[in-house]
Design a protein around this ligand. Structure first.
Ligand code: AMP
Ligand code: ZN
Length: 136
């Protein structure tokens, strides 16, 4: 289902033109207009889901299949040295467009991007506590 006021619904369904690099019945993959690196692309499901929490499981699985195909294509055609898959949920995590999308960010040696986090630290007790919360 589309959401009327959602820009990625309009792009995914072809109502707004985009730099499409792949399309099938369920997904459109477009080039990000503000690319972190050369080839930065977004996988958009055609049906609206705001984020991963709302995304049907089979769409989540489908998005990863598409990611795999595009990743191989990027390696072959763009000769990138690596690739980050990034998927933001919620403003705290940096999500700015509230329609699920999976970023494919090709990486090149010395590209100057800092996409990884700063490693922190945790005690064994803290790790045990969170493990319990997540497994109870
Ligand atoms: P996020 O911060 O994960 O919500 O990512 C939103 C991404 O969408 C950003 O990387 C933007 O550059 C990109 N973006 C926003 N509007 C458009 C658009 N109309 N076409 C292509 N990419 C867009
Ligand atoms: Zn949408």
């Amino acid at each position: 289902m589309k959401k009327d006021d959602c820009i990625f619904c309009k792009i995914a369904n072809g109502e707004i033109p985009s730099g499409t690099i792949y399309e099938d019945e369920l997904f459109r993959v477009i080039l990000d207009l503000g690319p972190a690196t050369r080839g930065h692309a977004l996988i958009l499901p055609k049906d609206h889901a705001s984020d991963l929490y709302e995304l049907p499981e089979e769409t989540a699985a489908g998005a990863m299949k598409v990611a795999k195909q595009i990743a191989l294509k990027m390696k072959e055609k763009l000769h990138c040295d690596g690739l980050n898959l990034v998927q933001n949920n919620g403003e705290a995590a940096g999500q700015t467009v509230k329609h699920f999308h999976l970023h494919l960010i090709p990486r090149y040696e010395g590209d100057g991007q800092e996409i990884l986090w700063n490693p922190g630290s945790a005690t064994k007790e803290e790790l045990d506590e969170v493990r319990k919360e997540l497994t109870e």
